[in-house]
Design a protein around this ligand. Sequence first.
Ligand code: SF4
Length: 357
Amino acid sequence: MPSRFSSLLLQWYDKARRDLPWRGEEDPYKIWLSEVMLQQTQVETVIPYYIKWVERFPSIESVALATQDELLKFWEGLGYYSRCRNFHKACKIVASKHGGKVPAEWETFLSFPGVGEYTAAAVLSIAFHQPYSVIDGNVKRVMARLLAFSEIVEKGTALFEEKLDKWLNQDRPGDFNQAMMELGSQICRRNEPRCFECPVESFCKAKAEGNPAVYPNIPKKKERPHKTIVAGIIWNDGKFLIQKRPDAGLLGGLWEFPGGKVENGEALDNTLVREIREETGLIVEPGNKVGAVDHAYTHFSITLHLYHCKLSKPLKDNGAFDKHRWIQPEERSQFAFPGANHKLFQILESQTWTDHE
Ligand code: SF4
């Protein structure tokens, strides 16, 4: 017998749910992809990426056969690039060990790279109708309000899970989970909960108290540190050098201009020469400044300065060493770059690229 809570929630969801490209999808691969893309990312941002991706990669096998560079190009701008690299690895495992079929077993699915309990619960409930409840940021906010949970919201996870497991609709667990997330994003909004439209208002302790927006209790974020980075566009014979970031870590697998962080009090041109020597072994002479851009990441922000550079000594070989490429400006569309590098490309476009002499 479905709980009263789930009946009210699903009645509302059946009428009010947004029409999204992955809604109603039955292919577990596409459901999984949408859940990976939606982590930490707004629905509106994900939609065009999802559509382009499934056009080019319609199956697990097509992802497994693609190169990481190609996949990252399709992910470029979506952020949190480890999601893409891990999804690639996981699809290769599914293709080689599971005949291309997404396994429906919790332990097996959870063992894949990049799959945590949230993703496993979402995919197994939506694609295979298994009774796992899902807790994301939206659901935590709704639960904190429904239960008037006044402690720091992260401490409530076990309690929220226990309650959700009782309310979960066993016949439609995937819809129940999507309805909870939809309620959080559309009705029980962070700053202005629309209690007058809420299907489960009669269950809500925060509403009864009269000021639901005081929940959830989230500790204040620390101030974001700021870093100054300097990079070089090193020219040789009409081409410039790009390098690939290590797979592990922020922006892993993306390409960028070589350079690095300015240490305390260091002059920009000294940093540039030092970083390029450390990263590439090349000795360069900094020339004219291209410009500087600001960019914010989740945990820090940067100002990135770019200088034209000349090689102090001609290259001994053709300079094609591991993780580095010499490319012409028009070839950059074949590589995935971080957002800050794209801002520099815009400046370079306005300067005709090579006006450094
Ligand atoms: S009644 Fe208001 S605060 Fe409570 S769950 Fe609904 S929208 Fe959120």
